[in-house]
Design a protein around this ligand. Structure first.
Ligand SMILES: [Zn+2]
Length: 395
């Protein structure tokens, strides 16, 4: 079955960053055959043509950092009283919300008892509506360290090696290490390093030996530096990163997944709900620094992929595209933000069929009501959504 689509604008997110005005796109069985200006289209090649109207089409978004089993309404990863069935059902709803926000693929970086693995399987097998999901199951952290509620706890290199192998045995596509504390954790520096150099090296080496990429929760300078030197694939958050580390990341091709939404929602929603909580005020100070790190990383040529940290306190799934708005507020161009949310995510997650609208790729795309290259807020104004060539009914 060959279906063609026409519309006003199409951003391919290919290497050249091409934008086609008055486009025609031919697909066959959910895959793109070609994208051309309408003047050059072979109209007879499609069985049917669908006019998408006055829309701006982009590749579907990729969110490289979510917690599907998290509850944005709660403070903690572990919510006493939440039953397993409740967590899983809410997680399934979160997957659907992400999809409806234009996210066609996501990476879950830590869930209570690894429940996101089951949500991943149900969505990927077509039982539930959602984006394609990669998941780490439980993360790995130091005993009592940051995020222990959703992690295996490791002490020493043997314990770390065993924990990473256990995560992979559980079914992880990727491995997540919680390497530093939170922004407000007590220690010798902001976001203190909680694992030793040897534990970090062993964790990354073991995951790579088993063919899994590694993302690390890191805020502080020591933690980020040790992970980058040990060959980590992505630094998550990276708030207190220094210039020399950015240069090393650019050299080594290490990704930054900034998750600007995390402090943004903590500040916006947290202060509104709990005006006296000092943690939220601290997050406000961090917000400016965090944005500056992203801007300087982009200037230095660090690879950037979009991640929201949705599922953390006050951080909703249905506003995932807002991360791109925050990236532009930080100083990225709209094109850089869009590329981070499409081809950048596909490169980090090695999803070779997603991330751009080119021949051979999946017809997974978002129809926006406005042009996000002129006004980035348009990423949140979705007129229609297609996943593998099938329209998703929004509502
Ligand atoms: Zn997270």
């Amino acid at each position: 079955m060959k279906t063609g689509y026409t519309g006003r604008w199409l951003y391919t997110a290919d290497a050249a960053g091409s934008c086609v005005e008055n486009f025609a796109m031919l697909t066959e069985d959910g895959r793109i055959v070609w994208v051309k200006p309408q003047a050059e289209a072979g109209w007879a090649e499609a069985d049917t043509w669908v006019d998408l109207g006055d829309v701006f089409v982009t590749p579907g978004f990729i969110d490289c950092h979510v917690h599907l089993a998290g509850d944005p309404a709660k403070e903690a990863y572990e919510s006493p009283g939440r039953e397993a069935a409740g967590i899983v059902c809410e997680g399934a709803a979160h997957a659907r919300q992400l999809l409806h926000a234009g996210v066609v693929a996501c990476r879950d970086l830590g869930s209570y008892r690894g429940y996101a693995l089951g949500i991943r399987d149900a969505v990927n097998r077509g039982f539930l509506e959602g984006p394609k999901i990669l998941a780490c199951g439980q993360a790995v952290c130091a005993r009592g360290g940051h995020g222990y509620e959703i992690s295996y706890e490791a002490d020493g290199v043997d314990s770390m090696r065993g924990a990473v192998r256990q995560v992979i045995k559980d079914g992880a596509d990727v491995v997540k290490l919680m390497v530093s504390g939170g922004v407000n954790s007590p220690g010798p520096e902001p976001g203190p390093c909680e694992l030793t150099r040897e534990e970090i090296e062993t964790g990354i080496e073991t995951a790579h030996a088993w063919g899994r990429k590694v993302g690390v929760h890191t805020h502080g300078n020591t933690a980020i530096r040790l992970c980058v030197e040990a060959g980590v694939d992505s630094i998550e958050h990276g708030v207190f990163m220094t210039e020399d580390i950015m240069e090393r990341m650019a050299e080594k091709g290490t990704f930054l997944v900034p998750t600007l939404c995390a402090p943004y929602y903590a500040v916006e929603e947290g202060i509104r709900q709990e005006p006296d909580n000092p943690d939220h005020k601290k997050s406000r100070e961090v917000l400016g620094r965090h944005r500056d790190v992203l801007k300087r990383c982009a200037e230095k040529g660090v690879r950037i992929a979009m991640g929201t940290d949705a599922g953390c306190p006050f951080n909703p799934f249905d506003k995932a595209a807002h991360e791109m708005v925050l990236m532009v507020m930080a100083g990225l161009t709209p094109k850089q933000a869009l590329d981070a949310a499409t081809r950048g995510g596909a490169e980090l997650l090695e999803l070779s069929e997603l991330g751009s609208l080119e021949p051979g790729k999946k017809a997974s795309f978002v129809c926006l009501k406005g042009n996000p290259l002129e006004r980035i807020e348009a990423v949140d104004e979705i007129a229609a959504l297609y996943l593998d060539g099938k329209e998703i009914f929004l509502g």
